[in-house]
Design a binder for this molecule. Structure first.
Ligand SMILES: Nc1ncnc2c1ncn2[C@@H]1O[C@H](COP(=O)(O)OP(=O)(O)OP(=O)(O)O)[C@@H](O)[C@H]1O
Length: 211
């Protein structure tokens, strides 16, 4: 596993006729850590979802490791290169055990090890739908660490500490700080922003780097 680059140029994302992300440019070198802050509804989640191919209504250029995703196989490859912690962690439409969520990382062993470190190792046989918000967030972080162990070189995390207690927030900030991967983390948490070398702020779809 090694860190990879992310390059956005002139990225505009629409929800119907509404422009949620407006001509965003951003270049991250392998290993850069960026905190993405800004007001609610300013387009942060939409932007990261576009990088993953979960929001396809965009124009402009999104390149990971210098490559733009094209077609189904291109986006499938993108999802092996990019680890993802979603904001509203979905319990899924079908009953899913924590163990199965972790296995979806493609490195179940590493994800389970991370789950143990993150204090959710005792919940492997519980349905994901039965976890508390903080437990679910820890489980999704463990899955992302499994994805990184499986070869992903970029982590996109959407408010990964929003549901965590103080100890959990500090622990996740530590884990993120130590990751040798490229990281973009949407956060309203100062502890997390402080461990990132770069900080950008979004407002009404525009991105401005502040540090
Ligand atoms: N599926 C959708 N359909 C229509 N509008 C949407 C949809 N998803 C998001 N939006 C709108 O796009 C804008 C950007 O939303 P987005 O979730 O990207 O913001 P955000 O910066 O991540 O917000 P927050 O900090 O509250 O999570 C908001 O005005 C939101 O209401």
């Amino acid at each position: 596993m090694s860190a990879i680059s992310l390059s956005l140029s002139g990225v505009t994302c629409r929800h119907g006729s509404f422009t949620a992300v407006d001509r965003v440019d951003l270049d991250l070198a392998p290993g850069d850590h960026l905190a993405l802050t800004g007001t609610n509804g300013s387009g942060k989640s939409t932007l990261l979802r576009a990088v993953l191919g979960l929001h396809r209504a965009f124009t402009g250029r999104i390149a990971v490791s210098g490559v733009e995703a094209k077609g189904g196989s291109g986006w499938a490859r993108r999802r092996t290169e990019v680890a993802w912690i979603p904001q509203r962690q979905a319990a899924g439409r079908f009953p899913l055990l924590v163990r199965e969520l972790l296995a979806s990382s493609r490195n179940a062993e590493a994800a389970v090890r991370a789950a143990v470190d993150l204090s959710v190792g005792g919940l492997l046989d519980r349905p994901v739908a039965s976890l508390s918000g903080g437990q679910l967030q820890r489980a999704y972080l463990a899955r992302a660490l499994g994805q990184l162990a499986a070869g992903a070189g970029l982590l996109l995390a959407d408010e990964p500490t929003a549901a965590l207690d103080f100890d959990g927030q500090a622990q996740v900030a530590r884990v993120l700080a130590e990751l040798p991967m490229t990281v973009v983390v949407i956060t309203h948490d100062r502890v997390v922003a402080d461990v990132c070398g770069r900080v950008a702020e979004m407002a009404a779809g525009r991105l401005r780097e502040v540090r």
